[in-house]
Design a protein around this ligand. Sequence first.
Ligand code: AMP
Ligand code: MG
Length: 422
Amino acid sequence: MNDAANQPPASCEDDYDLGSLTCAAALQNLLAAVTPLRDSERVNLRAALGRVLPQAISAPAAVPAHPNSAMDGYALNANDVPAQGLVWLRVVGASLAGKPFTGTLGAGEAVRIMTGAVVPAGADTVVLQEQTREVAGEVAIEACHRRGQHVRLPGEDLALGSTVLPAGRRLSPADLGLIASLGIGEVTVVRRVRVAFFSTGDELRSLGEPLGRGDIYDSNRYTLFGMLARLGVDAFDLGVIRDDPAALSAAFTSAAAMADVVITSGGVSVGEADYTKAVLAELGEVRFWKVAMKPGRPLAFGRIGGASFFGLPGNPVSVMVTFYLFVQPTLEKLMGTTPRTAWTLTARTTAALKKRPGRLEFQRGLLALDAQGGLQVTPTGDQGSGILSSMSNANCFIVLDLDTAQVAAHTEVCVQPFDFMG
Ligand code: AMP
Ligand code: MG
């Protein structure tokens, strides 16, 4: 693993203060440290939603397989379309979806045809029903029809042998349909990433436990669960672990044994890092990083046994910000797909914003359309890293540059929506 300064860790004391990493450098280091999973499994098509293809899928057949009509009307040969005026063609049958006309069209003949029905041999053009008149078994066709109009050609959706979906594709609802259109009911996908997570802190209580004075309920395990579930990983909730070396050591060890990735929250802030460091120093190789961001400055990353390890800060907003910025892309790389990059949009802030220069700040905002249809963003109240409601009320980060200090109301700012299913 690299770090920004590319310095070896001198000692546990020193590497906390290696200097601040930029977010971009931190992410680069994280991505460089993991390699995509290679194991795969066969699943039925429905179960493949959100899963990643280890190999491309190419078309074993053309879609559509036969020329068919895009409209209701009459199939005919363009040779019979008059240059001007009108001709009457004999209607010799009908081609319905699933009930094709089996004959061959001769000169002067037409076939009634419905959307999706096979265009019969001898025909190459469809004329819309609304542009015709049928009287006593004959149909009137006027001039000005283009050869091939309203005919869907074989292979126009998927050509035989073409790459339908590339390796690394995370399957969307449209992709499931595309695979089904090829007649494929089972696909090979990368196995799910296994993620074990737990919270650390003597003040934390699990749901159902009574709160003593100063205790709080553990909310991080629920935000983490939600974000992990959306990513489609196998998530294992290992509960709350006390600030106790033996308990922590046991938890790290069993988490690393069952998972590809271990995520903890809490215990990496300046006041607590030394303690966590001492425990981790025995079990693996973990660095403590100071990232030039707010919230979420302290971050630990490394390996414990065979697992990658993320030590996220304890504050509820910090957990979510660092997850979206760092954990999600790293998990996506492990899953075998290209990490999604956040969309950066420009919106006018409805209120003035302030921050201290020096760190990239992720304030929480609600992105919406203004009366003119432009994008506007409204900060969601108190921006403290413990104010989880600021995250719950938000749908985007307002990203403020390192150097920014003040932003006046009604000026443009960069926003990154986070709460969408990409
Ligand atoms: P720490 O990083 O352990 O120093 O914790 C920073 C702050 O986050 C403290 O106020 C903790 O009480 C709080 N915190 C830590 N873990 C959790 C958790 N799982 N759920 C809610 N708050 C937490
Ligand atoms: Mg703590």
